[in-house]
Every structure is written in structure tokens, then in C-alpha cells.
Design a binder for this molecule. Structure first.
Ligand SMILES: Nc1ncnc2c1ncn2[C@@H]1O[C@H](COP(=O)(O)OP(=O)(O)OP(=O)(O)O)[C@@H](O)[C@H]1O
Length: 711
């Protein structure tokens, strides 16, 4: 490997700041801001935004787009009329960490002038002018405020990721922008080419008694400024979509990143990654290392192997610390990657693509990129979600290398040949082409866009996927036979949940077990409640046994939630809330429960309790009547039922697909005759997860439009 260039920068140290440290950190941040490539074009960019309602900005990774542009716009008066600047991110981690950084740059506490909002967590206030959020969150806001009237500027960041929410948002924003510029004192001019939202907005205003919508009628809207940004997108595609919108390219990057390729193809990516990590550690100058891996399992095995190899090195070469980051990791552990390593130590961060875009991890000088990613794909015919390992796109490779070179020159080691890079696709297949569309279809319908198939998407989703989503929404009672949103559908769209879960809450209120279903749905809405580190598999399985219900995973989740809540409430009687929270985290650790997921579930629970109360649903409990609750699960999840086959496998009733119960399920060994489940994933087999035992006759009784008595 070529030798490391001279290194003359100092690390950030956030901890234990004195007043002197604070002042010097402030000065340092000021200096860093001035040195960013984007700072040189501040005035020009602001002028471009003034002159163009839609602007596409392409600039190198780390040039300062995400952190600086909102601050420039604020400074140059784009919030003067009371509007705020909203910036969307595809990932929660990015929304949170960037907001924290910008609040620090502005010298304000997070949640005041600068804040963030993600699903179930809102760190903003009436004073917030710069709001970072996930793209999905802004989409939900549009349901309540179809003009997105509080925003003067909306920035869609990392548009190259083409998440399903970004794609839908682009279509929506395009039309909101037109509708807003044409609304004069509340009269919406519906003369929009190819736009059904102008009409949809008008219809909603006519039809609804919602106070927020009423207020739209009397408000004159300022035009909405729209900015689409990324370091790695094809500006032409976006420009064309926005009717020839202007695209500007911000040249230059703050620090160079040298890219290295292997001389020959690597057959074992894990081994190649390990060799590279140790080459960097032993041969290169200071700086931390960021390694991209495909998932928790791979991260944990690489971590183990690093520690094994470290033990074989002389004492003086062992100063290497590992930090994993993946989405189901508890958040306090996730945040550890952002902390500086102790003096003399090198930090190796083992990450999934959660750390691929937007985030800055201070100290990263080296990126190791095997060029693989675990991607979700969806087969609309079978209703199967699969996680498969695929090669990254060029855009992703560029983003990954861009995580180095943010506070000093960097190096990126791509563990494949240059010729292989040339063959990669330019960009990743948009998510809208590879996931279940029911939620999006329901949301579009709630926004008044009935003709989803002809909605002006930047790229049309597969027709079968749309038709299948409409079909399942029809079976759930959310849309009528003539393809209109039903009253139940309207209620479902008000809940920030998957349509199936929203429907489950509505059904549970009729069954008298809404209290229990609220808990089940909150627990099902978070990633892996159980934390099973590879080296403690046995202990974690034993811990699960104390909560396990023979009836299935839903009741097991209910038991976990109730036990945690009881523990917390008892603690709160004798301790402060803070101490009780701390004790709960310890309880989680002892029981191999992911405290972050549990906290998340508790937050979701509080929010959906508020939602259902606002909707006027009765929150009654079935107490210990598990039979009633399971009947309610059958009535709610009838779209995902399966029957046992003679060989112990299961046949999904609607698709005929043969599946297995996932080993993590409490019913893995019990194998009941008939089950309902919530998740179908395909890894090396097709597995169903979150499974409960039911009686087939309940399906016949409770979902007669789909099930009949079998011969
Ligand atoms: N949390 C942080 N800690 C330290 N420095 C940071 C932090 N966030 C940003 N920076 C600094 O600000 C620079 C600009 O970051 P910013 O996220 O605005 O760039 P960007 O152009 O949006 O990059 P990308 O396209 O990769 O998202 C970084 O290169 C880094 O030097």
C-alpha cells in the first residue's frame, strides 16, 4: 500500500470541555466552516435559490451541503416571513447527528432554532427554523397540512438514495409547489398540467372539517422553494422531472481522498477486509478506519476475528478499538462511534450502510469498502420480502469513500478491481421498484390522489405491485370496490403505522382488546426487541424463556412489555424517573432485551394511544383472555396466515408459498396447525417471523370474504 501523506490535523474532543475548550472549539468550528468548499459560493447559491423555485445542487461529499446551505438560507432571510427550512434525510441517524452538529455550529441548544423530527420523536419547538427530518416524516406531515404551509424552503437531501419516501415526496412537492404558487387567498387554481394534487387539495379543503385544513383556505401561500441535493446523483434526471430546473455543481472538496483498488478479485471479502484493516493499523499513520459490512452477523464475526488477531500481536500494536454500528444496535452503542478514541488508540468502526450517506464520523481517515450491501427486495406476487447481498452502485461507492476526507486527507480501499468498479450500475435501483407499496398507496389516497397508477412519479413503480397493494387494501377494507378510500381507510391513514397494524387497532377496539393490541403493534413496529449477541446465544435464549408464551410471539412480546412496564412503575415509586429509566436499561441488559428498541416501543405506544384516543376508539382490555386476543390477531392478520404441511413446513394460504417458522420464534419447535404471522423474509430459506397459533375456523368466521370451510 502507498504510504500515508503527512498528517497535521488535530482531533475533535467533545468531552469534559472547560470554558477555554469551548471558546477554542467555537473558533475551530468557525474556521472549519469558512474552509468548506461551499463557503466560497455562499452568495451565488443564495442568489440561485432566490431566482429559481426549484434548484438541483450537486456537490462533492463533505463539501458542506447538508450542514451549511440551511444556515445560509436562514442568514439570508428565507425564514423572514415566518416560514421554516425543512431538510429531509433518508436515515434517522443522519437526521439526528446532522441536526446536533448544526445546532452546535449555531451555538444553540438542540430543539430550539435547530431541531430534528423522526417518526415518534420530535426535537423541535415553536422557535425551530432549521428542521432536519426523515423523508417519511415529511410525507406524513403532508397528510395534515397538504400545502406544507409552514415551510418556506424544503431541501430533499441525498436524493440519489431514491428511497420510496423520497420518490413519493418528489411527486408531492412538485405539485404542492405548483398549487402554492397558484393559490391566491385560498383559491386553488386547478389548471395544472399533469397534476391531480391541485384538485385533490381543493377537494380535501371542501370535504374536511379539519381545523388545520380550514386555515389553509384563508392563508395566502408563499411560493415553496425546493432544493434537491446529493453528491452522487444524475442531475439531468431530476432537472427533467422538474421541468428543466436549474442544476448547479459545487466544485471542490475540502480534503482529497485517494482511492485504491485490489490487483485481483477477492474471493473472501471478510478475509480481505481483515487484512486491509491490519495493514492500515500496522503500516499507516494515525486516523480511524470505517469498514462497510453487510449486516450484524458479519459485523460481529469481523469484530471477533479482529480481537483474535490482535491477541497475536505484540502488546504495543494492540491499541485498536472496535465499534459496531447497525440499525438494531441500541442507540447508546450507536452513538459511541461518534466519540473520539482515547489517545494513542485507533478506532475501527464496523458499519452497515447506515453510515454510508450524510454522516460525519470525526477522525475517519480510512474507509474499507468490500463493495457489497444487504438490500431489501420484494416480490409483489408472493408478498415476500427478501434480504439479499448485492454489489453496491457507483453512487454508493462514492458515498462510502466520502466518509473519509472530512477532517483531513483520506484513503479509501475498495476491495475489488478498478475494472469491476467500471461495471457497477451508476445508481441503486429505486426502492419504489423493490418494496411493498400498500402504505404509500394508502397515503396517496388519503392525500386525495385516487389514480395512483398514473401519479407523476419520477420513475413509475411496477404496475403489479400497485395493483396488489390496492387489492390488499381492499381486503383490509381500506378502499371500496370502486377504488375509493373508505371511512376505515381514512381512519387507517391517520395512524403512523403499516396499514395492517392500523387495521388491527381498529378491529381490536371492536373486540375489546385494544389495550393489548396497542402493545403488540408498538412492539411489532420496532426492530428486534431481543438482543442476541453471537457469543451469548445460549444465555439470551434462556432469558427469552421467562417471557415465552406457548400461544406465540405476539403474546410473548406482550409479556415482555408488561414485565418491563411493571418493573419501571415499581422503580418509579421509590426512585426518580431518571433513575427508574436507568434501572430499566439495566433490567433490559440482564434480560437480553434491546433497551433502545424497548424505549422506542414505549414511545410508539404512547403516541398511538394518543392517536386512537383522538380517533375516539375505546381502549378496553381483555385482561388475561388470550383466546380473545388470538381471535383478534386472526381477524387482523388474516392476509398472512399459513397451514402446516405433512413435512412440518407451512403453506401460506394466499400465495401458496412454502415457508418455515423462523428459529427466533417461540413456536419454532411447537409447530401448530395454523398460524398468522407478520413478517415473511427470505434469506437462505423463506421464513415467517412474529407468529401466533390460531384456529383455521376463526379465519372462516372472521374473514369470510377470503376463507371457506375446507373439505
Ligand atoms: N458531526 C460533525 N463533527 C465534525 N465535523 C463535522 C460534523 N458534521 C459535519 N462536519 C464537517 O462539515 C463538513 C461538511 O459536512 P456536510 O454534511 O455538510 O457535507 P455534505 O456536502 O452534505 O456531505 P455529504 O454529501 O457526504 O452528505 C464535513 O466534511 C466535516 O468536516
Amino acid at each position: 500500500m502507498p504510504s500515508m501523506a503527512a498528517n497535521n490535523f488535530s482531533r475533535n474532543t467533545h468531552q469534559n470541555q472547560t470554558k477555554g475548550d469551548f471558546v477554542s472549539r467555537k473558533q475551530k468550528i468557525e474556521q472549519q466552516r469558512k474552509n468548506l468548499p461551499i463557503a466560497a459560493v455562499e452568495r451565488r447559491l443564495v442568489e440561485e435559490v432566490r431566482n429559481n423555485d426549484t434548484l438541483i445542487i450537486v456537490g462533492e461529499t463533505g463539501s458542506g451541503k447538508t450542514t451549511q446551505i440551511p444556515q445560509y438560507l436562514y442568514k439570508w432571510g428565507f425564514c423572514r416571513d415566518g416560514g421554516i427550512i425543512g431538510i429531509t434525510q433518508p436515515r434517522r441517524v443522519a437526521a439526528i447527528t446532522v441536526a446536533k452538529r448544526v445546532a452546535e455550529e449555531c451555538g444553540v441548544p438542540l430543539g430550539q432554532k435547530v431541531g430534528y423530527a423522526i417518526r415518534f420523536e420530535d426535537v423541535t419547538s415553536g422557535q425551530t427554523k432549521i428542521k432536519y427530518m426523515t423523508d417519511g416524516l415529511l410525507l406524513r406531515e403532508a397528510l395534515l397540512d397538504p400545502y406544507l404551509s409552514k415551510y418556506s424552503v424544503i431541501i430533499v437531501d441525498e436524493a440519489h438514495e431514491r428511497t420510496i419516501h423520497t420518490d413519493v415526496l418528489l411527486g408531492l412537492l412538485k405539485n404542492v409547489q405548483k398549487a402554492r404558487s397558484k393559490s391566491i387567498n385560498g383559491v386553488v387554481n386547478t389548471d395544472h398540467n399533469n397534476s391531480n394534487i391541485g384538485h385533490a387539495l381543493e377537494e380535501r379543503i371542501d370535504n374536511q372539517n379539519d381545523g388545520i385544513l380550514k386555515s389553509c383556505q384563508v392563508k395566502k401561500h408563499n411560493p415553496l422553494k425546493l432544493i434537491i441535493m446529493s453528491a452522487s446523483m444524475d442531475a439531468r434526471v431530476f432537472s427533467e422531472y422538474f421541468g428543466g430546473a436549474k442544476a448547479v455543481h459545487v466544485q471542490g472538496r475540502q480534503f482529497p481522498v485517494d482511492i485504491f483498488y485490489t490487483h485481483k478479485p477477492e474471493t473472501d471479502c471478510i478475509d480481505a477486509a481483515l487484512i486491509t484493516i491490519f495493514q492500515i493499523h500496522l503500516e499507516e499513520g494515525p486516523g480511524d478506519v470505517l469498514v462497510f459490512l453487510t449486516g450484524q452477523e458479519e459485523i460481529e464475526s469481523v469484530e471477533r476475528l479482529i480481537h483474535e488477531r490482535l491477541r497475536q500481536l505484540p502488546e504495543c500494536s494492540r491499541k485498536l478499538l472496535t465499534f459496531p454500528i447497525f440499525s438494531s444496535l441500541p442507540s447508546e452503542k450507536q452513538m459511541r462511534v461518534f466519540m473520539p478514541s482515547p489517545a494513542g488508540y485507533r478506532k475501527v468502526i464496523l458499519a452497515t450502510n447506515i453510515a454510508e450517506t450524510s454522516v460525519t464520523i470525526p477522525g475517519i481517515r480510512y474507509v474499507v469498502d468490500p463493495g457489497l450491501v444487504k438490500a431489501r427486495t420484494y416480490d409483489p406476487k408472493m408478498g415476500v420480502d427478501s434480504l439479499i447481498i448485492v454489489t453496491t452502485s457507483k453512487a454508493q461507492a462514492l458515498q462510502r469513500s466520502g466518509r473519509a476526507g472530512r477532517d483531513g486527507p483520506g484513503k479509501c480501499y475498495r476491495l475489488y478491481q478498478e475494472s469491476f468498479f467500471e461495471k457497477l450500475t451508476d445508481s441503486t435501483l429505486p426502492e419504489i421498484k423493490r418494496c411493498d407499496l400498500s402504505n404509500v398507496v394508502l397515503q396517496l389516497k388519503a392525500l386525495g390522489i385516487d389514480d395512483v397508477i398514473n401519479f407523476d412519479f419520477i420513475e413509475k413503480p411496477d404496475r403489479t405491485a400497485v395493483v396488489n397493494s390496492l387489492w390488499s387494501l381492499y381486503l383490509l377494507g381500506a378502499v371500496t370496490e370502486d377504488n375509493k378510500l373508505s371511512d376505515v381507510g381514512r381512519q387507517m391513514a391517520r395512524l403512523p403505522l403499516d396499514p395492517v397494524y392500523s387495521k388491527a387497532l381498529i378491529i381490536a377496539s371492536q373486540f375489546g382488546c385494544l389495550k393489548e393490541m396497542l402493545i403488540c403493534v408498538a412492539m411489532l413496529s420496532v426492530e428486534s426487541i431481543f438482543y442476541a449477541p453471537r457469543e451469548k446465544l445460549e444465555e439470551s435464549r434462556n432469558a427469552l424463556k421467562s417471557f415465552a408464551s406457548p400461544e406465540g410471539d405476539h403474546l410473548t412480546l406482550l409479556n415482555v412489555y408488561r414485565a418491563a412496564d411493571e418493573f419501571f412503575q415499581k422503580n418509579k415509586m421509590v426512585h426518580s424517573e431518571e433513575k427508574a429509566e436507568k434501572n430499566l436499561r439495566k433490567w433490559c441488559k440482564d434480560n437480553y432485551i434491546n433497551s433502545r428498541s424497548l424505549k422506542h416501543a414505549r414511545d410508539i405506544h404512547s403516541q398511538i394511544v394518543r392517536n386512537v384516543e383522538q380517533m375516539g376508539l375505546r381502549v378496553t382490555s381483555c385482561e388475561d383472555d388470550t383466546l380473545l386476543l388470538r381471535r383478534c390477531l386472526a381477524a387482523s392478520f388474516f392476509l398472512k396466515a399459513a397451514m402446516k404441511q405433512p413435512d412440518g413446513a407451512y403453506r401460506v394460504t394466499l400465495s401458496g408459498l412454502i415457508v418455515q417458522i423462523h428459529p427466533s420464534s417461540v413456536l419454532f419447535r411447537a409447530k401448530p396447525e395454523c398460524i398468522v404471522f407478520n413478517e415473511l423474509v427470505h434469506t437462505n430459506h423463506s421464513y415467517v417471523r412474529n407468529v401466533s397459533r390460531i384456529d383455521y375456523l376463526w379465519l372462516v368466521e372472521l374473514a369470510p370474504h377470503l376463507y371457506a370451510v375446507q373439505d
